[in-house]
Design a protein around this ligand. Sequence first.
Ligand SMILES: Nc1nc2c(c(=O)[nH]1)N[C@H]1C(S)=C(S)[C@@H](COP(=O)(O)OP(=O)(O)OC[C@H]3O[C@@H](n4cnc5c(=O)[nH]c(N)nc54)[C@H](O)[C@@H]3O)O[C@H]1N2
Ligand SMILES: Nc1nc2c(c(=O)[nH]1)N[C@H]1C(S)=C(S)[C@@H](COP(=O)(O)OP(=O)(O)OC[C@H]3O[C@@H](n4cnc5c(=O)[nH]c(N)nc54)[C@H](O)[C@@H]3O)O[C@H]1N2
Ligand SMILES: [Mo]
Length: 758
Amino acid sequence: MSMSNIPAPDRELLTSNHWGTYRVHVKDGHVTHLEDFEEDKDPSPIGHGIVDVLEDETRIKAPMVRKSWLEGGPGARGDLRGDDPFVEVTWEEANALVAEELNRVIQAHGNNAIYAGSYGWASAGRFHHAQSQLKRFLNCIGGYTSSKNTYSFAAAEVVVPHILGTFRGHLDTTTSWETIATDCELFVAFGGVPLKNGQISQGGTGAHVQKAGLFAAHDAGVKFVNISPLRADIDDKVNADWMAIRPGTDVALILALCQTLLSEELHDADFLNRYTHGFETFAAYLEGTADGIVKSPDWASKICDVPADAIRALALEMGASRTMISVAWALTRQDHGEQPFWAAIALASMLGQIGLLGTGLAFGYSAMNNTGLNRHQIDWASVPQGENPVKDFIPVARVTDLLENPGGAFDYDGTQYTYPDIKIIWWAGGNPFHHHQDLNRMRKAWAKPDTIIANEWCWNALARHADIVLPCTTPLERRDIAMSPKDPYVIAMDPAIAPVGQARDDHEIFRGIASMMGVDDAFTDGRTPDDWLRWLWSTSRQRAASEQIALPDWETLQRDGWVRLPDPDAPTIMLQAFRDDPQANPLETPSGKIEIFSDTIASFGYEDCPGHPTWFEPVEWLGGAQPSQLHLISNQPKNKLHSQMDHGSVSRADRPKGVERLLMNPEDAQERDLVEGQIVCLKNARGACVAELRLSENIRRGVIQMATGAWYKPAGTRCENGNPNVLTLDKGTSKLAQGPIAHSCLVEVVADRGPLST
Ligand SMILES: Nc1nc2c(c(=O)[nH]1)N[C@H]1C(S)=C(S)[C@@H](COP(=O)(O)OP(=O)(O)OC[C@H]3O[C@@H](n4cnc5c(=O)[nH]c(N)nc54)[C@H](O)[C@@H]3O)O[C@H]1N2
Ligand SMILES: Nc1nc2c(c(=O)[nH]1)N[C@H]1C(S)=C(S)[C@@H](COP(=O)(O)OP(=O)(O)OC[C@H]3O[C@@H](n4cnc5c(=O)[nH]c(N)nc54)[C@H](O)[C@@H]3O)O[C@H]1N2
Ligand SMILES: [Mo]
């Protein structure tokens, strides 16, 4: 039931997603394999993981309704979500059930009783962007309670605009990799330069550049320092110095670097004077004027467990070198996650190299493929979402609080708000049973709403915990365009096979419900999907043309399959215009300068986020741990994107025993009588999960690492697949941003004795 009237192209088929672009090979209507895109010199294996699960038993092939809900109506046995069987229904029945339930809830409770923050990455493709389709549809029927910010770096999204005027703007103008090779001497990387993460770029990746950028810098003689509990956070080839810091303590280390620069008079007073605001207050904090604590290397050493001499030496070296400071996003996903980026901005300001070639500051090289990838950034057209009349929102990671506490108050960025009372949850293109913390707590709260609707293509934990499951297509079953301002390639995404089973494109799903509710004209704007694609392309072509970039017409794009934008003439330098002329190009902060002290944040009076970068003990960290406890880093997985295709061949190949792997230092293992390859159980008061133990000297003592992504498979409060989010704590970073804090987490690890033993 393909909606497209566009004929198949006379060339090899293409597909694209966040992890890369591939040629698609099809035989008898089935995808046989994908082939790496010829333009990509460092292709990612991740994409290949979809082939064997496209049509297998994990695929949702028809609309499904949870049995108790179907029999008892909205609100029936929410506690059975995740355990109840499902009953297949027709699309007509499913659409009618959804339309009727929306009408009921809107009439009885108002549109703010619908929560459709629907956070998540979905798939690439400008038209079939699941959230845009969902939000456009809901805005046609009066709106929904939304969410703000991301799980990636919520703390930075709220704090950095107060300090630098914008966060995203600076992220999108990260200093180009090529200038690191030519103009940097010392590259200090908090959280490393994890090439595993550079496989990904939101909205589609044409060719991978992070490895080439890193290696070129190394070949040019740049010295790297990897400040991380994990040696593997930077590739062995670059011979980085490894500072095996305790997780969650980077702020103490950064403050000591600042204090050393200050006491050695290595700070750039002219830069601080001309470009920053409030340094004196911060300097007084470094000197301990108010609290009597000098933030010296000796002080920091006791917190971060890096030798004081090494801290002092690094400060002196930074003061004497052309230095780039890179801070991984992970540092924002921890308790008081507002502080590391703010402290790093203060440190880079003291070095005075911001806005120059190859030096200064960056938010996470290789967090994605686009970090430091020099490119034109066209404001590509997207599906307009319309206006949401409902003003209620939550900071994205407060979803469990929202469900637990209707009518309750929460603080956020200087204002107090109230949680609405949610009756319907709708998710399309995200997986809260992947991304949220303290999943056992969330699962309980998830039992409360009357109705949960999910658009999904595979039977993951989100689908299993929904009442109405609407089966959607994957990009291999629909036509789209991958075009992202984060990547120079535009890719025609071809439909390679017919939709599997009764799966429908998200757009088609919403069109069906819109039609039942009498808003199909508003939803489609009178356009067919093909009309939308042509509109998206012609609008985007015009926007490119206004920036002197000529793009082919629609027919030519379809014929050729892809186009690469020309490279910009000059490298990108973060904050260059501000550096060149701070009067003509002030920052969008109250002072127009870098706010090392923020009067605005100070005026909020938050005890957990005062007016300047401050060290706080995290709620969970090694400094406050029992001897039996270890610090769990649950970082991004190498072989997949989040939970996507965890069931596919590429991810499965990485866990031969079926469960996620856990990395531990051999000495920690010996103390616990644990051995390589053993199945272990991680546990704390919030839950437990299993993992296969792997030992390595490349992780600091006291720290264990387990990638996220395993599909949540609860047996009581224990996850049998190894999803670390049964262990992580669900609490906001601070009253300022209320961001998630997955990386602040203590656990115990014991030999596994089976499901009933925990
Ligand atoms: N412990 C811990 N937890 C974390 C993190 C961490 O570091 N540690 N990181 C956090 C971060 S940074 C992030 S961004 C989040 C990621 O969290 P998510 O973005 O929610 O994770 P994904 O697995 O990418 O979820 C995307 C979902 O969309 C579905 N999907 C794909 N294509 C389509 C489509 O076309 N239509 C529809 N309807 N659905 C589709 C997929 O099957 C999948 O279920 O996780 C966060 N959680
Ligand atoms: N392959 C793959 N790539 C991805 C993703 C994926 O799921 N798979 N997800 C993408 C997304 S949505 C995002 S947001 C980015 C996230 O990008 P990041 O936030 O950079 O990702 P992480 O892998 O969580 O963290 C990077 C490293 O920081 C280190 N680290 C953790 N805590 C601390 C600390 O307290 N101090 C120091 N110094 N280091 C610490 C960890 O060892 C970790 O390996 O990755 C993107 N790239
Ligand atoms: Mo993210």
